[in-house]
Design a protein around this ligand. Structure first.
Ligand code: IDP
Ligand code: MG
Length: 151
């Protein structure tokens, strides 16, 4: 079982797409184990995107992600990291496969609606950046046995 961090970015909130995007992830069967709405500080945004520091788009990315509230979520499920990434689509919406969130709902790489962790180590550190351990809820879902053989 994996956990991954999802951010519904400021454009998702501003465009009224919170429900649409959560719906797509939730319907796949992923379990929401934490969720909150916040406006990111510049400091935490720089830490979250530290890997991109120095790239030409970095300052614009920080301005974008801190410009308005975001929704932070931790999703859990088998291969949750990969499942979220494939449901989001490629970073550049113009290159994303039809049917993905970015292809269906976004146009450009600088306003691509959603973030999902890209591997187990980044997922763990990103989750820890935004959530305390006691905010990650453990609860059974009766539907899990219809989604996977061994939940
Ligand atoms: P990802 O979000 O699909 O993992 P990354 O390469 O990790 O993509 O880039 C992080 C974020 O930085 C992207 O989601 C996007 O918001 C922004 N970004 C990446 N490349 C560009 C670019 O070339 N121009 C503007 N923004 C970019
Ligand atoms: Mg990334």
């Amino acid at each position: 079982m994996e956990r991954t961090l999802v951010i519904l970015k400021p454009d998702a909130v501003q465009r009224g797409l919170i429900g649409e995007i959560i719906c797509r992830l939730e319907r796949r069967g992923l379990k929401i184990i934490a969720m909150k709405m916040v406006q990111l500080s510049e400091e935490i945004a720089r830490r979250h995107y530290a890997v991109h520091e120095g790239k030409p788009f970095f300052e614009g990315l920080i301005a974008y992600i801190t410009s308005a509230p975001v929704v932070l979520m931790v999703l859990e499920g088998p291969r949750a990291i990969e499942v979220v990434r494939t449901t989001m689509g490629a970073t550049d919406p113009a290159k994303a496969a039809p049917g993905t969130i970015r292809a269906d709902l976004a146009l450009t790489v600088d306003r691509n609606l959603v973030h999902g962790s890209d591997g187990p180590e980044t997922a763990a550190s990103e989750i820890a950046l935004f959530f305390r351990e006691d905010e990650l809820l453990q609860y059974p879902r009766d539907t899990d046995r219809w989604l996977m053989v061994k939940p």
